[in-house]
Design a protein around this ligand. Structure first.
Ligand SMILES: NC(=O)c1ccc[n+]([C@@H]2O[C@H](COP(=O)([O-])OP(=O)(O)OC[C@H]3O[C@@H](n4cnc5c(N)ncnc54)[C@H](OP(=O)(O)O)[C@@H]3O)[C@@H](O)[C@H]2O)c1
Length: 338
């Protein structure tokens, strides 16, 4: 069965549970240290990637005001703003562009995000539907968060932005903030957390997904490909990424995930799909919406093809067995809180 947004539905008992779609992320668009961004070399390819993703039916785009630092300040939002401005108005109106505002220590109080919000909106040329709190400060500066959240709720209530989301938050924080916003009549649309076959902290993730379902909050799965490790076919260990940070991660995770990637490859062959599609559809089977990072048009096409099929319970179980045997997982995001 196909939903209105083009995604498929799976049968769960007698009820039909809709499967989430897929979005894409743009952290790499302007990031040198982890992703080796180079404007001269990359920008034309990123424009083509953006167009391919959209023409393959992807409508949700994740960015952040901290993607692109130093002289590249706000580069990811800037590129998106440029690319979106080239679209016809109807296509623009179908997109959900979600940025994240970082609660840096110098941003505090109810008006603490005002300037950052306006700067993001300007870089995105007004195409901003959702604002997300990039991480919770509850662990290290609990006094900071309430004012910033009140300010974000103000933005929705006065019509400056349509939707609110959170990021790097666990079940406890989600329930608290959801309650706080509900008292002001503001809906929370999404929470994004690291979620992949190699993500750390299973218990917290599963609890978050369960609570989000109860609260009707969409869970966006970030780094769903473990920075690209999950797309590496077994035996292709010699193809390491260019930057030192990713190379170090790949050297650690490729051997640790060999059995898992064997199983992923077996499912991919049976399905006539790619390993990346297997990784994304595992996230979707869990009830989340993956937002893989894209850098080439071919990647965009491949990722969108995951929407054409859904994972069976047996396939999910095979992957779960294999992933519990991985001797190492992705590092936890230091900004993640409970
Ligand atoms: N809230 C947060 O704190 C937070 C943290 C991290 C990420 N995020 C968001 O989540 C997004 C995605 O996460 P991520 O960028 O960290 O990592 P990811 O999605 O796990 O990995 C992205 C990398 O996977 C590879 N890839 C993508 N599609 C592929 C395909 N079809 N075939 C083969 N390889 C493919 C590409 O590597 P190559 O280009 O090298 O081939 C790509 O750069 C980010 O862009 C960002 O928007 C949010």
């Amino acid at each position: 069965m196909t939903q209105q947004d083009g995604t498929k539905a799976i049968m769960a008992g007698s009820s039909i549970a809709p499967l989430n779609g897929i979005g894409f992320g743009t952290w790499a668009w302007g990031n040198k240290a982890v992703w080796g961004y180079d404007a001269q070399r990359d920008d034309a390819r990123l424009r083509a990637t953006f167009r391919q993703a959209l023409s393959s039916g992807i409508n949700l785009i994740d960015t952040a005001d901290s993607y692109g630092t130093g002289s590249l300040n706000g580069r990811s939002e800037e590129l998106l703003g440029e690319f979106i401005a080239e679209l016809p108005a109807l296509r623009r109106s179908q997109l959900t562009v979600a940025t994240k505002l970082a609660p840096f220590p110098w941003r505090w109080g109810r008006r603490g995000f005002d300037r950052a919000f306006e700067a993001s909106r300007t870089r995105l040329k007004g195409q901003l539907r959702r604002v997300q709190l990039h991480w919770s400060t509850a662990r290290y500066a609990p006094w900071q968060e309430a004012g910033l959240l009140d300010g974000l709720a103000d933005l929705v209530l006065c019509g400056r932005v349509d939707e609110l989301g959170l990021s790097n938050l666990g079940p406890q924080g989600l329930a608290l903030i959801h309650g706080r916003l509900a008292k002001r009549g503001v809906l929370l649309r999404s929470v994004q957390v690291q979620c992949s076959l190699l993500a750390p902290a299973d218990d917290q993730l599963l609890e978050l997904i369960a609570i989000s379902r109860d609260l009707d909050v969409e869970v966006l799965a970030y780094s769903p490909l473990a920075f690209g490790v999950l797309g590496c076919a077994p035996g292709a260990e010699e193809t390491l990424p260019a930057t030192w940070l990713r190379r170090r991660l790949f050297r650690r995770l490729l051997p640790a995930s060999l059995e898992l990637r064997d199983e992923m490859q077996a499912i991919a062959i049976e399905r006539g799909a790619s390993m990346v599609q297997v990784a994304l559809n595992w996230c979707r089977a869990l009830g989340t919406t993956p937002i893989p990072g894209l850098r080439t048009p071919v990647q965009a096409m491949d990722v969108a093809a995951a929407l054409q099929w859904s994972m069976s319970m047996q396939e999910r179980q095979r992957l779960d067995v294999a992933r519990y045997r991985c001797s190492e997982r992705m590092p936890a995001n230091p900004f993640q809180s409970r």
